[in-house]
Design a protein around this ligand. Structure first.
Ligand code: COA
Length: 251
């Protein structure tokens, strides 16, 4: 016969399990309804939010979104900050400040902090916790705290098809070409040509491609086989629901 105290412990444990299920179900529901899209924009008024694009809930800091455009079928992870201008409520002129193309994936916790111009092409994918900014504090004046000095801005461009590894920082003035790979934790400034891999802080080109020589230095590994078993490209596309182009396929 269980005594009162063990009965109470069992009831408490059951209650906790039920509460746990409830919290997780509730949170999944909140994440679903809190996600931002052009069909369900919540309080946000983006200049452009393409069809099929979603910003996961909870969002990071998002302000002056009238100067932010995001193309179609992009995924913005949880707690991604996308800001235009210094502070909310400014009139930033005619042109958008932050432009994110179509088919982009921005990893959770990343920051796009734009004061002048940040442009991501199409299909730019970032890992989590990437920081992209076109602005920096200036520190010329030795009389003033650095935080109170006027910032210095330089536009940032990231070419279509690029992949930015986790923890990377893209500094003001950076201009990355097409299909650039930025290795994890790199700090990137200046120009990076198309089809290059950059790594380190400051980031340097560690591998690049040219028509004449292909990839140099040569890869350490073979490219993956495109499809497992006898799965066809069309079956794979159907399975994942994307118009995925496989290596060697024509556009
Ligand atoms: C860059 C990366 C993709 C590897 O690419 P790869 O073509 O296989 O490159 P290799 O491993 O041949 O490395 C090339 C050179 O870059 C260096 N390198 C690679 N990654 C580096 C990094 N994060 N920081 C510093 N150097 C790095 C290698 O040491 C090597 O230098 P070495 O020839 O002097 O030894 C991988 O290292 C990386 O950073 N991936 C990102 C992972 C990530 O953030 N995922 C998030 C999910 S989206």
């Amino acid at each position: 016969m269980p005594n009162a105290s063990s009965l109470l412990t069992a009831v408490r444990a059951r209650g906790r399990r039920a509460a746990g299920r409830l919290v997780h179900r509730g949170w999944t529901w909140v994440q679903g309804v809190g996600a931002v899209s052009n069909q369900s924009p919540g309080p946000y008024r983006f200049r452009e939010l393409g069809d099929g694009t979603k910003l996961a809930f909870p969002l990071g800091t998002v302000f002056n979104e009238q100067w932010i455009t995001i193309g179609p079928f992009s995924i913005i992870g949880e707690r991604v900050t996308i800001s235009a201008g210094f502070v909310p409520g400014l009139d930033l002129g005619d042109e958008p400040i932050v432009r994110i193309g179509g088919g982009c994936v921005i990893g959770r916790g990343s920051h796009l902090v734009g004061h002048q111009s940040i442009t991501l092409g199409d299909d730019v994918w970032t890992g989590p916790f990437v920081y992209i900014t076109d602005t920096a504090h200036s520190y010329h004046d030795t009389e003033l705290p650095i935080g109170k000095q006027w910032p210095r801005n330089e536009p940032v461009e990231i070419g279509s098809g690029s992949w930015i590894g986790t923890g990377a920082v893209i500094l003001p003035g950076a201009k990355l070409g097409r299909n650039v790979v930025v290795a994890a934790n790199s700090v990137v400034r200046g120009e990076v040509p198309d089809f290059a891999v950059v790594a380190g802080a400051p980031a340097k080109v560690v591998r690049s491609w040219s028509e004449a020589e292909g990839w140099q230095p040569p890869f350490r590994h073979e490219p993956p086989t495109a499809l497992p078993g006898d799965l066809t490209a069309d079956q794979l596309r159907e399975l994942i629901g994307w118009d995925l182009r496989l290596p060697g396929e024509e556009a």
